[in-house]
Write a protein that binds this ligand. Sequence first.
Ligand SMILES: CC(C)(COP(=O)(O)OP(=O)(O)OC[C@H]1O[C@@H](n2cnc3c(N)ncnc32)[C@H](O)[C@@H]1OP(=O)(O)O)[C@@H](O)C(=O)NCCC(=O)NCCS
Length: 158
Amino acid sequence: MLAEISIYRFRQHLQAVAPLAAAFEREWPRWYGPGGEGNVAADLAAYANSEGALPAGVVALSADGDPIGTSALKAAFTPGFAHLTPWASAGWVRPDLRRSGLGALLLRALEAEGRRLGYSNLYCATTTAVTLLEREGWTAHAQTVHDGGLIGIFRRKL
Ligand SMILES: CC(C)(COP(=O)(O)OP(=O)(O)OC[C@H]1O[C@@H](n2cnc3c(N)ncnc32)[C@H](O)[C@@H]1OP(=O)(O)O)[C@@H](O)C(=O)NCCC(=O)NCCS
């Protein structure tokens, strides 16, 4: 499956914005759905920005050209960690394709973006992707309370 997938910088495939917006609304309805605080159009437009700086998104396309995964490097996570940048975030893989290693490929694409932009470390805050990050060589860096729960901060040295 992975052999047929290509990962690109998001700004090279702006046609992926609309289908990914719909996918994000389905995945995170409380944030991106009706009444939620998030603005999916603004976020994805930023990940697909043409400036060549943060935020920097990547998109995975199937052999048919369908967007099947995405992730982005963002400048900030939360004010308490403003001294750390950039952050791997907005990780999403089409549900029927999960647990086949595409999330790991997306992380590696973010590492390439991080190097291209001159960073020596990446950070990621997660409760759900700990095993994925550890397999990819990320190490526990800190813990914090976020949205009422404990969340781990991981670091990937580039
Ligand atoms: C997180 C996500 C991008 C990983 O993509 P993936 O292609 O399944 O990743 P991989 O196959 O390389 O690795 C699987 C790992 O992803 C993590 N993961 C997190 N949520 C997951 C989910 N809903 N389903 C499967 N894996 C998930 C786990 O660490 C898992 O490892 P495990 O099999 O040891 O439990 C994908 O599962 C997803 O889109 N999840 C829903 C959105 C989300 O929670 N994103 C934010 C994560 S910080």
